[in-house]
Design a protein around this ligand. Structure first.
Ligand code: FE2
Length: 240
């Protein structure tokens, strides 16, 4: 694990309480002040070290699941609600998700590849392995996207809220699957929605080491997409 970088700690030390601006001019006085500053500086450095020792919790890995696309769809852009060249829109509640990828020190990870895939609004995957599912396919739902994180570590997509579905191990609460390839590491995980009654019994969510980190935060609807529920989710990699 690489060292944690917290520039904010360094900034607060340098600008802390006018340490240097309060220095009176003069020899002995300067020496005295310098010693005091050394003590204060040591304390501040210790504080910075304490801050450095803190780190974000790494996002828990989750099952890849059986429905990762065998053949990646030609259309895999950030709007899953509409296929290129079609005027039709996928059925369901639109959602807008802002994701952000950081390392344990909170530094953004840019250039990561983000694959995401999900069930449609009635809990059906467009995948050969889900043919026995009686729920209907939605011919206008993209179901998969491949995105890239920007310089702030962010990626955004528009989709529809996936429905719950039954599995041999229990009912899956609504979720979206992710496979994230950073520069040096790969994370396969799942994002969940806040306030879902089925979250408390989901067999996959509840085996996560850091369960809370898998549940997105509901945020105000975005002006660019006022019809969609909006969510924000932070993904923490070890080093990116
Ligand atoms: Fe799933």
């Amino acid at each position: 694990m690489r060292s944690v970088r917290r520039r904010s700690g360094a900034r607060s030390f340098q600008g802390d309480d006018g340490l240097w601006s309060n220095c009176p001019a003069g020899g002995d006085s300067t020496m005295h002040i310098t010693r005091r500053h050394l003590v204060a500086g040591a304390a501040a450095v210790a504080g910075v070290s304490a801050v450095k020792a803190q780190s974000l919790k790494v996002t828990s890995a989750q099952d890849l699941g059986p429905f990762y696309p065998i053949v990646r769809p030609a259309d895999h852009d950030a709007d899953l609600t509409r296929l290129k060249g079609s005027r039709e829109v996928a059925i369901g509640q639109p959602i807008q998700v802002i994701g952000r990828i950081v390392d344990v020190g909170g530094q953004p990870i840019s250039g990561a590849t983000v694959d995401l895939w999900q069930a449609n609004a009635v809990g059906r995957y467009d995948h050969p392995g889900d043919r026995a599912n009686p729920a209907a396919l939605d011919a206008h739902f993209q179901g998969f996207a491949r995105l890239s994180s920007d310089q702030d570590g962010e990626f955004r997509f528009r989709s529809i809220k996936p429905a719950a579905y039954d599995t041999p191990i229990g009912t899956r609460t609504p979720h979206i699957h992710f496979a994230i390839d950073g520069l040096t590491e790969r994370l396969v995980t799942q994002m969940y929605f806040p306030g879902e009654a089925l979250n408390s019994s989901d067999p996959i969510l509840n085996r996560a080491e850091h369960r809370a980190g898998l549940i997105a935060e509901a945020i105000d609807r975005l002006s660019a997409d006022p019809q969609a529920l909006a969510f924000r989710w932070t993904i923490v990699l070890v080093s990116g």
